[in-house]
Design a protein around this ligand. Structure first.
Ligand SMILES: Nc1nc2c(ncn2[C@@H]2O[C@H](COP(=O)(O)OP(=O)(O)OP(=O)(O)O)[C@@H](O)[C@H]2O)c(=O)[nH]1
Length: 252
């Protein structure tokens, strides 16, 4: 076999055409938003938040576009949505569910979080959980249900945030199509940036319906993963203390 190098030229991407907001207004809303994201060099994977690129009023337009495409999907599944009273409104319901509910963490900005200075210079282990997780897998868009525990070791410079805000931030990150490994890392990054603790630990245990409902149809297995940062990584005793304080059986 010859080992000639592959000299096939990779074609240059076409030059980007500048479009003004007036020109963009003529495009479908998803193309408009995508144009802004690409122009800003921003990633828009399933688990990325794109709220900064969706202008006022465009979420309703997005819902209408999703509804139209969902209707086309139902038609491709040969469902008679005209005479089947159960599916008359399904496209509309699903569009609302994706944009406003189960994937709202993609389209809506981060919830406002009150931060307090650590006036008492607290530096003791703090654990929040179990926080209920509702997400969906990026691969099949099947539900993921689970629990998250967050352990924090603040220092005198840490910002303390209200207890409910851990659950709000967690929900904001999880209500996107995710894979569990990336979801916990995203949650850890968000908390690390806000609280700036000496140590941060997160454990997530979740049921993946892409494994229960379809595919391998294994109803019992769950996935557990963890992120340990700072003091939790360096100090085995602190890690043990955190893990010992979590209930043994979590999901299910
Ligand atoms: N690592 C990881 N895998 C996940 C997660 N959620 C779902 N999966 C898996 O992603 C995989 C997708 O695999 P593919 O082989 O491309 O899809 P498939 O042919 O439908 O696979 P089966 O589910 O085995 O039928 C499956 O094994 C899922 O169980 C997750 O959060 N993390």
């Amino acid at each position: 076999m010859s080992s000639k190098p592959n000299l096939k030229k990779v074609p240059e991407p076409p030059p980007r055409i500048f479009r003004s907001e007036e020109e963009l207004a003529a495009l479908p809303v998803s193309e408009r938003v995508r144009y802004r994201l690409v122009s800003a060099g921003r990633r828009f994977h399933a688990n990325d938040n794109i709220a900064d690129f969706v202008h006022d009023g465009e979420l309703d337009e997005l819902k209408a576009e999703v509804q139209q495409k969902m209707q086309a999907l139902l038609e491709s599944l040969v469902i008679d949505t005209e005479s089947d009273h159960n599916t008359n409104e399904t496209a509309k319901r699903v569009a609302k569910m994706y944009v406003e509910e189960v994937f709202r963490g993609r389209f809506h900005p981060v919830p406002s979080v009150t931060e307090f200075p650590n006036a008492e210079r607290l530096n003791e282990l703090m654990i929040v959980g179990p926080i209920t997780v509702r997400s969906a897998c990026s691969h099949h868009l099947c539900p993921i249900f689970g629990k998250v525990w967050i352990g924090l070791l603040p220092n005198e410079h840490s910002n303390l945030i209200g207890l409910s805000k851990y659950a709000r931030i967690c929900d904001w990150i999880m209500s996107r199509p995710q894979i569990q490994e990336e979801a916990v890392t995203m949650l850890a990054n968000e908390l690390q940036e806000r609280v700036q603790p000496d140590g941060l630990a997160i454990v997530m245990e979740a049921d993946h319906f892409c494994m229960h409902w379809r595919g391998v149809k294994d109803t019992d297995s769950a996935m557990v993963n963890s992120v340990m940062r700072g003091a939790f990584l360096k100090d085995a005793n602190l890690r043990r203390e955190f893990l010992a304080l979590l209930p043994r059986k979590t999901a299910g």
